[in-house]
Design a binder for this molecule. Structure first.
Ligand SMILES: [Zn+2]
Length: 418
């Protein structure tokens, strides 16, 4: 995909050599407007002290004592928010599929342009080549390269004869074993094995897009339920790719936790669907831009694409009105375009203001995935996962994509060129 010149590699190697000490560094971020959580009043001219990868203190300039040995960052005119979660990513693009062999600087560049550069300090990988995301996570956590906290479902579960048409090439190219499961016993066995190996959840293709005249192949409720039961027994979430209203029914029956997409392809939801999903405590990743990207590939006329997006937005709106939990996610790493501007605009178009979108990026995913004690807010004791925005999201939601600087666990992940 993207080729790296010898020069860029040299620069990266230099950066890597200096990152070793950065973890233990004390930082002071000064003069920022701090939005400590989505429901907090902005704190102007604030100071945040970061020590040993955690937030040590937050307050106004006059209150906070600045340690003498700290590295200082002048954030005047900028807005500081907690690090973002992207709850629907993949590592399926060239450059990220052979994680064991790839040089760390090359991986770092890929991960940065895909995720860190947009403020994502935590991500949930919703399916890929077996073991690949776990290997990437291990290399990041070992300090070989900088990158986000990675949670992963490892290999997804497809129904019998239900491998989606769009993953067949990448699976074949890498000699990946079939991820189809035909029986509840088979599903339970593989789910147990993956969870024991370190998967943080499971992903069900309840409505698998197989292409051709068949269109969608559905997973049986028994197979879906077997995986869900196995994951829930060890306290891990289950994601579903529903595609259709029938897929939503199977997801509800199986006890799925998170919908990886809404279902605009199958038309508007039945009237009580949003309420039923919320009553079952199901969260939703709207992934609206994905539909636009996919439908453009099919060369559909713009008014048709508009109509699909309108239905996706309607579903998101109904879900929120019913009190549902929305998690931000873009399917990036399956789609090549990592820029989240369009997703923010489409979410805003469905009635979400900047605080609601920030919630879907921070506190809600942290809560849903059991990380609320460490992630999602700027407060003493929390992980120093921080995003500095170039302008104020309160006046423009697209400021959430105007990322000038990103820190994860006290280590700088990205800095925009001046
Ligand atoms: Zn996906």
């Amino acid at each position: 995909m993207r080729r790296i010149s010898g020069w860029a590699l040299g620069v990266l190697l230099c950066i890597c050599v200096t990152t070793e000490t950065a973890w233990a560094q004390t930082w002071v971020i000064e003069r920022a407007t701090v939005v400590a959580s989505p429901d907090a009043a902005p704190l102007a001219d604030a100071v945040v002290v970061v020590r040993d990868g955690r937030i040590a203190s937050v307050g106004s300039g006059s209150e906070v004592e600045v340690p003498g040995d700290a590295r200082r960052i002048d954030a005047a005119g900028r807005v500081l928010v907690a690090g973002f979660w992207n709850s629907h990513v993949h590592f399926l693009l060239p450059g990220l599929t052979e994680v064991a062999e790839a040089p760390a600087p090359v991986l770092e560049l890929e991960v940065r342009s895909l995720l860190s550069r947009w403020g994502f300090t935590s991500v949930f990988d919703l399916g890929g080549l077996p073991g690949n995301a776990r290997r990437l996570r291990a290399r990041i956590e070992a300090g070989e390269l900088r990158g986000p906290r990675i949670l992963t479902v490892d290999a997804p579960f497809y129904p019998a004869d239900g491998t989606p048409h769009y993953v067949r090439d990448v699976m074949k190219q890498h000699g990946a074993p079939s991820a189809e499961v035909a029986t509840p016993e088979q599903a339970r066995g593989r789910a147990r094995a993956q969870l024991e190996e370190g998967a943080d959840g499971a992903k069900l293709f309840i409505g698998a897009l197989v292409g051709g005249p068949q269109g969608v192949v559905h997973m049986t409720p028994a197979v879906a339920g077997a995986v869900a039961e196995t994951a829930h027994a060890v306290g891990r979430p289950v994601f579903a790719h529903p595609s259709t209203t029938q897929g939503l029914e199977i997801a509800l029956q199986a006890g799925v936790d998170v919908l990886a997409h809404s279902t605009p392809i199958d038309g508007p939801w039945p009237e009580d669907m949003a309420e039923r999903l919320v009553a079952a405590d199901v969260a939703l990743v709207p992934s609206l831009k994905l539909f636009e990207v996919e439908l453009r590939k099919e060369s559909l006329p713009p008014p048709v694409i508009e109509r699909f997006l309108g239905i996706g937005q309607q579903q998101l709106r109904a879900f929120r009105e019913a009190g549902g939990q929305v998690l931000f996610g873009t399917d990036v790493g399956y789609i090549t375009d990592s820029d989240p501007h369009r997703e923010y605009a489409l979410m805003a178009g469905a009635g979400m203001d900047w605080r609601a979108i920030l919630t879907s990026l921070t506190t809600e995913p942290a809560r849903r995935f059991g990380h609320a004690a460490r992630s999602g807010r700027i407060a003493p004791g929390m992980d120093a996962d921080l995003v500095l925005l170039g302008h104020d999201p309160a006046t423009d939601v697209l400021a959430l994509a105007d990322v000038v600087w990103v820190m994860r666990a006290g280590q700088i992940q990205y800095e925009a060129a001046e």
